[in-house]
Design a protein. Sequence first.
Lengths: 420, 182
Amino acid sequence: MSFTALDYVHGRHLGAVYFSQESAFVTPGAERRACVVADTVDITPTQVVITPVCLSSVPYDTEAVVKGDLGVTVAFSYYLQPATTVLTTGATPDDTAAAPLRIPLKTVFGGESVAAGSDVDTAASASSIAVTGGEGSRFPAGQVILVHTSDVIGWEVAQVRSRSTDAITVYPALGGTPAGGRDIVNTYCYYPTRTNSLTMSVALSPRNTDRQWRALGCTGSATFKFERGNLAVADFALTGATFSGPEALSLSIARAADTMAAPVAVRNAVAWLQPCATTTRVTTPIESVEVACSFGMTHLPSLTGTTEGERGVMRSEGLNDAFATITVVVPDNTDVYTWYAAQVNLSFTFFAKVVDASSNLRVVGFMAPQCTIVEYLPPVAGEMNLSKTRVVLRARMSEQCSGTLDNEELAQAPFVLFLG
Amino acid sequence: MAFLATHRERAYAILCDGAGDVGHTITAGIFRRAWSTAEDVEAPAAERVVELLDGVTRPVAGYNNPLDGRDISVTSFAVRVAYLLHEGGDLDTYDAAGAQSGGASHDAIRARAGADAKIISDAFGWLPSWTAAGLAPTVIDVAPDPDGVGAVDIQDDRALLVVPFLMMYRADLPGAYGPSLS
């Protein structure tokens, strides 16, 4: 008997990754080719092993292990890329084949709101707009949109705060009153739902197609990074119920083009930190932003009727805590101290943007519509020893939307991630 | 940098022809494209002649997975600007628009170079001036090099200013960027 070595490059360095939204727990759906950040994907299979300890009269007389439940952890990074299709009026949102990032984002958040855009029919003010008749339902309260206010002002990001048929109100108010015919572009919005039982599969293949892996029943969390000088990126940390492999799993390793729009550099970013009561846009210079989200997803253990000791997933941890904690370093100023003392409800929006060759605004960012400063503000020394202030915001359930809410979870979401 | 030839031409258009997003352009005529290099052009014709210097290219995140079909890389390049030195530095000190403006003393040249470095950094660093041109590969970002602007190098007959940049782009992998062979 000889040892046959299999020498090939690890799939995280040279390989193909596939996502699928499972139709049922550990049942893969249609697998979509995904462009994760190279050298970041790890599928780590595990198995519980139990060592029986039996009485023996001689030392070191151990027993063979008994193998228990399988398990798997998955980690990968994915640039926060907008979908290729801009959601103008008449647009068909890209499906998961063209926008595979939709799968992990929807899996961890639970909520996704996406639809075609529309046009301004008439605008009563900078915050009150009537869209084309019959298209108001595309903009439920809580949805983040892009409005082309005017040729001078250009595109502006705003959140829909109420909808009545085709009349919507937005926050913050636009820089002017848009004329009829102005474009309203929709975004892909992701928000935490009150319950979430979605799972996904992640498959990885190196060029040796006999050594492919697939993790099933995956859920977990994500960290969103908007670091100066880098690309906006999401780091996913998932736990799965079971895995297949290493074996041939019919995963193609043909070269495939990235189907999403280019990643966005954080260097071109905008932040608004302002009281909820302030309706105009207050551009806030910030030195850095960190977002920590508590997704609270866990697997449900069971002794019977399970897949490797698990029968599903649900959102069950940390439900009495804030979904998101946002840490922002800003130049020293008096406003944040006033806001902290009075526990003023604040709105925080951050997005990185780029105007593409077709003059469309592409954005990746997030909004915490209602948050408060949760700890005293320490002065910190920033670059070149300039005095800065670190502000820690706790995202609260939003009470900023009003009227009949098409999607209550979106309207009241403490945190909305948007890609447009 | 042949595969970024259109980007190179765009850079010269921004520098010399007033191209770019309105409000973030360099007035056409301030800079002139060097027919050879900023060092080799004849001294009398050297004032505000500009040349692009190529740097290194490396993948962002350290590696590109060829099976993903995309190349996200960052390439360094620099703008070199020449200024004519006159003996005695006794020219007029007014700073009119155009290539042949300003005094020629070391101090006057450093002052002009500092101002030029600012307008070049501002114009190149304004992303819409690149994305609106629909270049392929897609430009993700053009940022002034975080290590700073090069010092003014005073030589015998001219001074040279170097303004470095980092361009991040997304290209197809493999891509069809070479010359046609058929």
